[in-house]
Design a protein around this ligand. Structure first.
Ligand SMILES: Nc1ncnc2c1ncn2[C@@H]1O[C@H](COP(=O)(O)OP(=O)(O)OP(=O)(O)O)[C@@H](O)[C@H]1O
Ligand SMILES: O=c1[nH]c(=O)c2[nH+]cn([C@@H]3O[C@H](COP(=O)(O)O)[C@@H](O)[C@H]3O)c2[nH]1
Ligand SMILES: NC(=O)CC[C@H](N)C(=O)O
Ligand SMILES: [Mg+2]
Length: 519
């Protein structure tokens, strides 16, 4: 339906960034693993192909290769970093270890070519066009493949970009997708619009109309249920499906006792009062806490919570006459991360709860209208559908909720203390303007007691840890450098207002090595 740019992933940290930059130019693109079946590429009929970076060295024996069809379809190809090296190697150039590795800023001298037309950062004294770029490589192309010429160089990397203009094959040793490459977005824009000749048919108003058409065509007049968490993804999915099929949609909101303060009330009000969507509120607080009793292993807790969710959805599906569909807020990163490459297996760090892994007995078909969208696109869609801003820009909240923010065994008493502390933290972040400057922030309950002195007497109470991070993709994250005065105020309020807490600490671990959630 849309003209599509294909991105083949060789395992770069930045592959999703490439896709987001392309989408931002109003062009639809999809990421597939580098070893995707050539038939899928053929059927997709992409208007251009981008080869991502990656950790491998193209001259080693088992290095990943692009399927040969990439160079035979007659469409433009752009290789980035490892993608350029793989292209050079496969088209009979030469790749070797670089004498000087380059990590970080680099200055490139640029030659005239179609890819860099009208693109430059500055001109040096000799009239030479200069690009300021960001590099991250230890290998380099040492000999051009036949038909190519050099379009950028510097002392460390004589072939820093290459082109075969007749076949429209381009290679960049630097990373145009990172913001440190000043003209990076302009270069990607030029590649997709001027070289691949993509139109600008990927935008939210179009997407809403198409998505509504697709939902109506698939669902007909059958009934749909949707697990609504009040988080961004399931809320936007609910609003979109409701726009398409109205009362045929019933949302099921489960209070599992592991929600934040006043969350159940807020979600019910937003959806049933303001948006006129059918929402069933299931009070399963007791059930979840009972099942979790005595369990302190994080993975075990996640499994128990996931299982209870499924059980409840199953009961509700049976109750809502003839629901044939289960809708979910699955978004594009979920799809990419669970697909991966056939040859590269990632280790499980933690099993993220999702409604995935549904039992066969559920007999429901899945409806996932956000499967193609990134989080920022989901937010844009939410606003276009008229959802309130504070819902759309909410920090993500994990499915297992406070269950993974209370370390070890979950108890009602702990959840209550955590809810109060978390509410104070978030309130102060919002008040100071820091909520929008962080991607995710929350309190964690530590079931250890420490000694303090309050009002001249000894106290012996629990600890709250505060976590606030800055991240774009949640795969890596920096701890947020909150002002000391703000931390002081929050700590002071929590210790004064939450009876049972006498110590507050701030988490200063990055991801990696720590994860964002503590369990
Ligand atoms: N309390 C809940 N009641 C019903 N369904 C839930 C609940 N919590 C999670 N889910 C389901 O699990 C899915 C995955 O949760 P996840 O946190 O990834 O998404 P989200 O809550 O919609 O968005 P966000 O990432 O912004 O928190 C949700 O889309 C929703 O369908
Ligand atoms: O829906 C979810 N179900 C889960 O089980 C889950 N565990 C972590 N998260 C969220 O994922 C992001 C990365 O978290 P971690 O660094 O802790 O893995 C962060 O945004 C986490 O909040 C989850 N989301
Ligand atoms: N970032 C990359 O794609 C690195 C490519 C290759 N592994 C190198 O070190 O040169
Ligand atoms: Mg959530």
């Amino acid at each position: 339906m849309h003209s599509t740019v294909l991105i083949l992933d060789f395992g770069s940290q930045y592959t999703q960034l490439i896709a987001r930059r392309i989408r931002a130019t109003n062009v639809y693109c999809e990421i597939h693993p580098f070893d995707v079946d050539p038939q899928i590429i053929q059927d997709m009929a992409p208007i251009g192909i981008i080869l991502s970076g990656g950790p491998a060295s193209a001259f080693t024996e088992n290095a990943p290769r692009a399927p040969q069809i990439v160079f035979e379809l007659g469409v433009p190809v752009l290789g980035i970093c490892y993608g350029m090296q793989a292209m050079a190697d496969q088209l009979n150039g030469k790749v070797a270890n670089a004498l000087a590795r380059e990590f970080g800023y680099a200055e490139l001298m640029v030659e005239p070519c179609r890819l860099f037309e009208n693109i430059q950062d500055r001109v040096n004294a000799g009239g030479q066009k200069i690009l300021d770029v960001w590099m991250s490589h230890g290998d380099r192309v040492d000999a051009l493949p036949p038909g190519f010429s050099i379009i950028a160089h510097n002392a460390a990397t004589p072939i820093a970009a290459m082109a075969d203009e007749s076949r429209q094959f381009y290679g960049l040793q630097f990373h145009p997708e990172v913001t440190h490459t000043l003209q990076g977005c302009a270069i990607l824009d030029r590649f997709v619009h001027d070289i691949c000749q993509a139109g600008s048919d990927w935008n939210m108003p179009n997407y809403i109309d198409e998505a509504i058409g697709r939902i109506r065509a698939r669902v007909g007049n059958e009934r749909v249920i949707l697990g609504l968490s009040g988080g961004v993804d399931s809320s936007v999915a609910a609003a979109l499906i409701h726009r398409a099929i109205g009362d045929q949609l019933t949302c099921v909101f489960v209070d599992n006792g592991l929600l934040r303060q006043h969350e159940a009330k807020q979600v019910m009000e937003t959806f049933s009062r303001n948006l006129a969507v059918n929402v069933i509120h299931i009070d399963a607080r007791r059930q979840f806490l009972e099942r979790l009793q005595g369990t302190s292993d994080p993975e075990q807790k996640r499994r128990i919570i996931g299982r209870e969710f499924v059980e409840i959805f199953q009961q509700e599906a049976a109750r809502i006459d003839d629901a044939k569909w289960l809708a979910q807020g699955t978004i594009y990163p979920d799809v990419i991360e669970s697909a991966g490459s056939k040859t590269q297996k990632a280790r499980t760090i933690k099993s993220h709860h999702n409604v995935g892994g549904l039992p066969d007995t559920l007999h429901l078909e899945l409806l996932e209208p956000l499967r193609e969208l990134f989080k920022d696109e989901v937010r844009e869609l939410g606003l276009a559908l008229g959802l309130p801003r504070d819902l759309v820009f909410r920090h993500p909240f994990p499915g297992p909720g406070l269950g993974v923010r209370i370390l070890g065994e979950v108890k009602y008493e702990y959840a209550e203390l955590l809810r109060q502390a978390d509410a104070i933290f978030i309130e102060e972040l919002k008040y100071s303007g820091w909520y929008e400057k962080t991607a995710q922030a929350f309190a964690v309950f530590l079931p250890v007691k420490s000694v303090g002195v309050m009002g001249d007497s000894r106290s012996y109470e629990y600890v709250i840890a505060l976590r606030a991070v800055q991240t774009e993709d949640y795969m890596t994250a920096h701890w947020a450098e909150l002002p000391y005065t703000l931390l002081a105020k929050i700590s002071n309020r929590i210790i004064n207002e939450v009876r049972g807490i006498n110590r507050v600490v701030y988490d200063i671990s990055g991801k990696p090595p720590a994860t964002i959630e503590w369990e």
